[in-house]
Design a binder for this molecule. Structure first.
Ligand code: XMP
Length: 317
């Protein structure tokens, strides 16, 4: 019978046999899969696992630091790279969603390749690929599509010539979470909502600027904190705030305002392929709306997305 403990024991033994004294480089995203893969590899080969965590400037508020801290707490050999400006520069003036994804994918590959070159004598690339990633053709929006289009133009970056080790490629998501729990990984990491690789860049409609990222991070943090304190975070498959490039008139004291709109999105889903919008309690929505409008400069209106997938998608871009 499959149990997390038996999986962990067998997998660690297999990884030890396969990798010996070889070095592995692995990109952490803060998500469940890469975190569980990293901890398994770390238990098998210790310091020979070199983790890389890139701050693309498009993560949730304070997420880079808190995730980096918890990885360091777990004893992982991890290098954090502040590449915010490189991503913002690459995104400047681009408003087409696919062009944004391509720019982000390209910069990520460059940053990751530079970091991987710093690991002397590395021969493996570790990945948190899970079984559904192996069997399903990845959505055209997915990061691997970005990587593929990059191949066609420039040839393979060096890290992609490494041998690949994917300790989770026989598991489903719920099994990954159970393995993560058995490994003692922070429940905050294991219970996280899915978050897209291009991050907040595809939740800012149109062109991305650091100022818009800052506004969206503030609104999103208020939203997510309220989902947590309201006890609904774990019932929601995925939630996030979206920055709309639309201004509307409002009133603040005696003054007329003309500011941007934040849209709140929350969906229930099993696999992200189809999704229903969540019927969040009205009083919770009211509290979130007030907090955002009263605290986030530049926002005077909050709306809630009541579209399901299909025909809408979960993300707006
Ligand atoms: P959609 O918007 O297609 O999203 O309904 C389905 C799921 O996929 C995530 N998503 C992405 N994940 N890179 C990613 O890593 C992407 O470019 C991307 N686009 C969408 C989305 O957050 C949802 O969980």
């Amino acid at each position: 019978d499959w149990t997390p403990d038996s999986f962990i024991e067998t997998t660690i033994a297999e990884l030890k046999a396969k990798l010996g004294d070889d070095k592995v480089v692995l990109g952490l995203s803060g998500g469940v899969d890469s975190s569980v893969a990293a901890v398994l590899l770390h238990q098998a080969i210790g310091k020979n696992l070199h983790c890389i965590f890139v701050d693309n400037g498009l993560l949730r508020k304070d997420e880079y630091q808190s995730v980096l801290d918890s990885y360091q707490h777990m004893g992982l050999n991890i290098k954090g790279i502040d590449a915010k400006q490189r991503f913002y520069d690459a995104l400047a003036g681009i408003s087409d969603p696919e062009k944004k994804r391509k720019a982000i994918g390209r910069v990520f590959i460059e940053v990751f390749d530079d970091a991987a070159h710093e690991v002397q004598g590395v021969s493996w690339l570790g990945q948190g690929t899970i079984y559904p990633d192996v069997i399903e053709s990845v959505s055209v929006k997915g990061p691997s599509a970005t990587i593929k289009s990059h191949h066609n133009v420039g040839g393979l970056p060096d890290f992609m010539k490494l041998k690949v080790v994917e300790p989770l490629n026989t598991l489903f998501k719920d099994e990954v979470r159970r393995v993560g729990k058995a490994l003692g990984i922070d429940p905050n990491i294991l219970g996280r909502h899915p978050f897209p690789g291009p991050g907040l860049a595809i939740r800012i409609l149109g062109d991305v600027t650091p100022e818009k990222v800052d506004i969206l991070q503030q609104a999103d943090a208020i939203y997510i904190n309220n989902l947590r304190s309201g006890g609904v975070y774990d019932k929601v498959w995925q939630a996030g705030a979206i920055y709309l490039p639309v201004q509307s008139v409002g009133v603040m004291g005696d003054e007329r305002t003309y500011e941007n709109v934040i849209c709140l999105r929350a969906v229930e889903s099993l696999d992200g392929m189809t999704a229903d919008w969540c019927h969040l309690p009205y009083d919770l929505l009211a509290k979130i709306s007030n907090e955002i409008i009263n605290n986030v400069k530049g926002i005077n209106r909050v709306v809630y997305d009541i579209s399901s997938k299909p025909p809408a998608t979960i993300e707006w871009e």
